[in-house]
Design a protein around this ligand. Sequence first.
Ligand code: ADP
Length: 269
Amino acid sequence: MRNSLSLVSALLLLFGSASAFLPLRPMWGSTSSSFPDDSPFSLHLRATLTQLQMSKEDPPKIIISGAPASGKGTQCEIIKEKFGVVHLSTGDMLRAAVAAGTEVGKLAKDFMDNGKLVPDNVIIGIVKDRLAEPDCIEKGWLLDGFPRTAAQAEALEEAGVKADCFLFLNVPDSVLVERVVGRRTDPQTGKIYHMTFSPPEDETILQRLEQRSDDTEEKVMVRLEQFHANEDAVKGKYADISVAIDGNRAPSDVSAAVLAAIAASKAKV
Ligand code: ADP
C-alpha cells in the first residue's frame, strides 16, 4: 500500500514538474485546487493526495548539496513550497546566531567572515537538536549546507538520521564566482538578485540591496577551496541515494530535475 502510494506520489510530482510547476502548492499541506474538474480521474487523484497527506509517518527527508551560489537557495524555496518540509539552512542559522550575538554566533563569526567552515563541534549539535524538533519530525526536512564534512555526515549517521535523497547541484567554478560577486539581497523581501543576470526592478529596491560580507571574489575563492576539499568525502557517504543535477541551466530546468529526483526517491522508500 505504502509503495503504491509512493509510486502515485512520484507520478503526480513528475506530472507537476513537466508542466514547469505552474502554481506551486505544498503536497503535504493542502488538498485544494490541484485538479480543477470533477472527473473520476481527478476525484481519484484527489483522494490519493488526501491519503498521502495523511501518511505523516513518512515525510520527505532531503539533503541538498553544492558549492556556494550553486543555486541551493532558489531550489530550496521551490522544494519547501511543493512538499511543505522544514527548510534548514545552516548558513542562515549561523547568520541569525551572529546577528543575535549568541555564544554560537560569537564562535562562528570569524570563521564565516573569512569564508572558512565553522568547526564541526559548533554546528553538529545545533543541527541534530533542530532535526529532533516536532515540526521536522512531522513535516520532514530539507537540509541545506549540511553535512559539509565527513565528520558532519558521520554525526548524522550516528544519530540515526537517514535521508531519502542527496541532491548535488553541479556548476563550474568560473560560473560560481560570477554568480557570487554579483549577488545581492533585498533585506525587506529576502529576494535574491544578481546585478547582471536578474537586476532589481527599480531604483528604490536597488538602493536598499545588501551584499553578503563573504560574497567577494577573495572570499569565494576560500569558500570554493573548502568546498572542494570536502566534496568527495561527503558525496562518498551518500553514494546510494545521490543524484547529480546540472545546476548550470535556467532555474526552472534545474527545478524540474530536482523535483523528479525527489519523486523518484519517495517511490523507492
Ligand atoms: P555558502 O554555501 O554560499 O558558503 P552558506 O550561507 O551556506 O553559504 O554558509 C555561509 C557560511 O556559514 C559558510 O561559509 C561557513 O562559514 C558557515 N557554514 C554554513 N554551514 C556550515 C557547515 N555545515 N559547517 C561549517 N560551516 C558552515
